[in-house]
Design a protein around this ligand. Structure first.
Ligand SMILES: C[S@@+](CC[C@H](N)C(=O)[O-])C[C@H]1O[C@@H](n2cnc3c(N)ncnc32)[C@H](O)[C@@H]1O
Length: 213
């Protein structure tokens, strides 16, 4: 989990009564993005719409100022968002996971180091979870496509002065990779520019964009 989302506070756009905050990919517990954005929303007299494909009733129900939805982000973006008659002032995209080891099907070998063994074990468990719970095979290209679909559906509803934060998104050989690999260029050709990046080697990455002039 990256921490760039916490820096949204430093770039908050003006919030009118029509503006909302949206995150796709909810926190698993206290200390995550849902608590942070719910608090930010309350301080700006608005609400947080939080969407997750998994059951997150504990965060949806227990945090004041959160309207929760259990569904895929692209479905919410396509079917629910247009019916709200709201604009999105802050959008946090941090859902379908992107994993460096996702294509590794090899067995864990005794001579693999403990860090590699743990990474392979974790991705294997996550692939099983996605397959069993949601009936899809986890793959990085589908992660990038899912995030791009969300952004394409949401772009018409973004406020004139808005922030988009993509977690797990980083430069590789001068091209964007990770969850927001397609979202970043899509936003740039639609008038957004990058205002912050986070690049903590080996752990977490993120990028923040705005369409403010
Ligand atoms: C990294 S976690 C989110 C962490 C959270 N944003 C935080 O910072 O505390 C990713 C979440 O995305 C959810 N997810 C996976 N695919 C999704 C999709 N297509 N639409 C919405 N949520 C999805 C998972 O269930 C998981 O809860």
């Amino acid at each position: 989990m990256g921490n760039l989302f916490r820096r949204a506070t430093n770039h908050m756009p003006p919030i009118s009564s029509k503006d909302i905050i949206v995150e796709i990919g909810s926190a698993k517990g206290p200390g995550g993005s849902t608590h942070f954005f719910a608090d930010l929303a309350m301080r700006h007299n608005t609400v947080l719409h939080s969407i997750d494909i998994d059951d997150r009733t504990h965060v949806f129900r227990d945090i004041p100022g959160v309207i929760g939805y259990q569904q895929a982000g692209s479905e919410w973006a396509k079917n629910i968002c247009p019916s709200l008659n709201k604009n999105i002032a802050v959008l946090y995209l941090d859902n379908y996971d992107y994993n460096y080891w996702v294509d590794t099907d090899s067995d864990i070998a005794d001579n693999d180091g403990p860090v590699l063994q743990a990474a392979l074990e974790a991705v294997r468990n996550q692939k099983n979870e996605y397959l069993q719970k949601h009936n899809f095979i986890m793959c990085n290209q589908d992660c990038v496509i899912e995030h791009l679909k969300q952004m394409i559906f949401l772009l018409p509803f973004m406020s004139k002065h808005s922030l988009v934060i993509c977690d797990d998104t980083y430069l590789s050989n001068d091209c964007w990779a990770g969850k927001g690999a397609a979202v970043v260029p899509y936003l740039v050709i639609n008038g957004y520019h990058i205002i912050e990046t986070e690049n903590i080697h080996g752990s977490s990455y993120g990028v923040m964009l705005t369409n403010a002039k």
